[in-house]
Design a protein. Sequence first.
Length: 74
Amino acid sequence: MIEVDFLKQAEEFLTSRDIGFVQPGIVGRKSEGKVEVIFPVPETLDPNVAVVDPPDVRVWVNTESGAVELIDQM
């Protein structure tokens, strides 16, 4: 898989779960067969919102299977 594939897998995962995100996403850390994909959340674009925590949504994409899992951010 290449970066475009990771982004597509992540987009499909978030869309299927009705989790809001804004394109474009970026590829972050790579760790033991997983790639982190990061998208800003829509609220970060609203000038009337002072603080968005977390400001992004992150997922792990398995480099072998393409399986995606949400990264819990506190």
